[in-house]
Design a protein around this ligand. Structure first.
Ligand code: 3PY
Ligand code: MG
Length: 245
C-alpha cells in the first residue's frame, strides 16, 4: 500500500485481550501496532494477539521496547509482519535496526522462526521471503534524530519512518505537547526529508489530528490507541448525558 502511495490507517493495541484485537482487526484497519514499549503486552500476549489478527487483512506490527536485536528477533519469531523500532537517533542505530531484522549474511537475526514459519510447516518459504517481506519502520522522536535524519536515511533497508510526536515534543522541552510551533516545525522538516528520500512517513495522531496529518502528506497515521479511544468515547457519552440532566 505504502509503495503505491496509498494511505494506511492504524491503531495502537495495548490491551492484553484477544477479543479486543479480534474486533479491532475486523473493523478494517490497515495495520495495528502491538506496543511493547509502553504497555503491559509481553511476548506471549503479542503471539496470542497476532494469532487472531492473522485471520484478517490487518497487518500486525510490533513496537519493540528498545532498539535491541534480542527483542526484535523475539517479535519476528512469534509472527510480527514488521517491527517499529523506537528511538533511532543516529546512522549507527539505524544500521543496528536493519541488521536486527535480517538474517546473515545481511544481518544478525538469530535462527528460530518458530510461529513465523508455522512451527516448521513453512520453514523453507519463510526463510526465502523473510528478509524481503519483514517491514522495518524506524521511529524518529528526538531533536538529535531530526538533525541526523538525512544520514539515517542513507542506510539501506529502512522501509518507512514513523514520528513519535510526544517524545519529539519532550526532547524540544515541551513535555508531552506536540502542538507547540517548534515541534510542528520539526514534524514538517521530517516530512520534507522523508519526501526527498522517498520514504513513506507515518505519525501517531488522534481522532482530531489525523485528518490534518493526512492532508500534510503522512501516509500512515495511527488514530490513537485502544485505551485512549475507549476513554474518550466513554467520557464524551457521559458528559453528553450528564449535561442533559
Ligand atoms: C511518541 O509520541 O513518542 C510515540 O512514541 C508515539 O507512540
Ligand atoms: Mg515515543
Amino acid at each position: 500500500m505504502l509503495s503505491e502511495g496509498e494511505i494506511g490507517l492504524g491503531i495502537w493495541l495495548t490491551i492484553r485481550c484477544t477479543d479486543v484485537a479480534e474486533l479491532i482487526s475486523h473493523l478494517g484497519f490497515d495495520w495495528v501496532v502491538l506496543d511493547m514499549e509502553h504497555s503491559p503486552l509481553c511476548i506471549s500476549d503479542v503471539q496470542n494477539l497476532i494469532q487472531v489478527i492473522d485471520e484478517t487483512k490487518t497487518t500486525p506490527i510490533v513496537r519493540v521496547a528498545w532498539n535491541d536485536p534480542v527483542l526484535v528477533k523475539l517479535a519476528l519469531d512469534v509472527g510480527a509482519h514488521g517491527v517499529l523500532v523506537p528511538w533511532v537517533n543516529t546512522k549507527e542505530e539505524a544500521e543496528l535496526a536493519v541488521k536486527s531484522v535480517r538474517y546473515p549474511p545481511k544481518g544478525i537475526r538469530g535462527y528460530g522462526p518458530r510461529r513465523a514459519a508455522m512451527y516448521g510447516l513453512k520453514t523453507k518459504e519463510y526463510l526465502e521471503t523473510a528478509d524481503k517481506e519483514v517491514m522495518l519502520i524506524i521511529q524518529i522522536e528526538t531533536a538529535k534524530a531530526v538533525e541526523n535524519l538525512e544520514k539515517i536515511l542513507t542506510v539501506e533497508g529502512i522501509d518507512a519512518v514513523f514520528i513519535g510526536p510526544y517524545d519529539l515534543a519532550t526532547s524540544y522541552g515541551f513535555l508531552g505537547d506536540p502542538s507547540q510551533p517548534q515541534v510542528q516545525k520539526a514534524i514538517n522538516t521530517i516530512l520534507e526529508i522523508c519526501k526527498k528520500f522517498k520514504k513513506p512517513a507515518g505519525i501517531f495522531a488522534s481522532p482530531t489530528t489525523a485528518t490534518d496529518y493526512i492532508k500534510r502528506g503522512f501516509q500512515f497515521v495511527a488514530i490513537g490507541s485502544d485505551i485512549g479511544i475507549l476513554m474518550q468515547a466513554c467520557t464524551d457519552i457521559l458528559n453528553k448525558l450528564k449535561s442533559k440532566e
